[in-house]
Each structure stands twice: as C-alpha cells, then as structure tokens.
Write a protein that binds this ligand. Structure first.
Ligand code: AMP
Ligand code: ZN
Length: 127
C-alpha cells in the first residue's frame, strides 16, 4: 500500500507500461535519458531507426504534456534531437505523436516516435 501511495504521489500510474519502464521495473533498450525524459528503442520498429522519447511524468498524450509542463515538453524535443543525432538521422527523420485510439495510439502515456533510416519522401504524409 505504501508503495502505491508513493507511485501515485510521484505522478505514476501503476498499470502503465511506460511508467514501469521509466521506473526501471521493466527492462528496455535505453539510448539516452535526462532528468525529465528517457529514450529507448521501439520493440516493434517501423523503420531502421525507431526510437520512443517518453516524459517521466505520466500524462496521456502530448497535448496533456504541453498543458502540464512546457519544460517537460521542451525536454522531450531536446532528447528527440539528441537521439536523431546519435542515431545518424539528424538530417532526415520524422517525429510522430499519436493522440487517441483513432489515430493509432495504443499506450496512453505521452511519447514521441522518432523514425529514420528509410526514405519517406515518396509517401507524403502517409506512414
Ligand atoms: P502508440 O501506438 O503511438 O501508442 O505507440 C506505442 C509504441 O510502443 C508502439 O510502436 C509499440 O511497438 C511500442 N511498444 C510497446 N511495448 C513496448 C516495449 N515494452 N518497449 C518498447 N516499445 C514498446
Ligand atoms: Zn505512464
């Protein structure tokens, strides 16, 4: 019970997969981290480079993150940029935030997809 109280007071959701990765409870292929966010490889990559950048704060989507903390939002973008450089895709990559099941969101903890290493140019906005 004490642990649950601690998790909630830290803004975590105990049944959220990304909260469990952020807390270190679940293993991941961690690429970078900051005080406010972490970056790790997507388990089901849709491009040669497919990294997720996740704020440590539990909020359901990027709009809620912007409303909760502009510092957290800025930190996510800083880590996106850092990972794009370290993965060698700084000049050509795509950043996607899905909001809502109808847009393909399956994990309701805000996250950026960083996609690169493939030629997206012929597909326009189609993913
Ligand atoms: P979304 O559909 O925008 O909510 O994105 C969720 C992403 O999380 C998907 O691309 C999944 O492949 C990815 N994913 C699910 N479980 C894990 C995991 N344990 N480690 C890394 N990525 C995951
Ligand atoms: Zn969460």
């Amino acid at each position: 019970m004490r642990l649950l109280v601690d998790l909630y007071s830290a803004g975590m959701s105990e049944d959220c997969l990304f909260c469990r990765i952020v807390s270190g409870e679940l293993p991941t292929d961690l690429l970078a981290e900051s005080e406010r966010s972490i970056a790790f490889r997507d388990i089901n990559p849709q491009a040669p480079v497919h990294v997720l950048v996740v704020p440590r704060r539990h909020v359901p989507n990027v709009g809620a993150l912007a409303a909760a903390s502009s510092d957290d939002l800025a930190d996510v973008f800083a880590l996106v940029s850092q990972v794009a450089r370290s993965e060698g895709v700084a000049e050509n990559h795509r950043v996607v935030f899905n909001t809502g099941a109808g847009a393909g969101q399956t994990i309701f903890h805000a996250h950026a997809h960083v996609l690169g290493g493939a030629d997206f140019s012929e597909h326009g906005l189609g993913l």
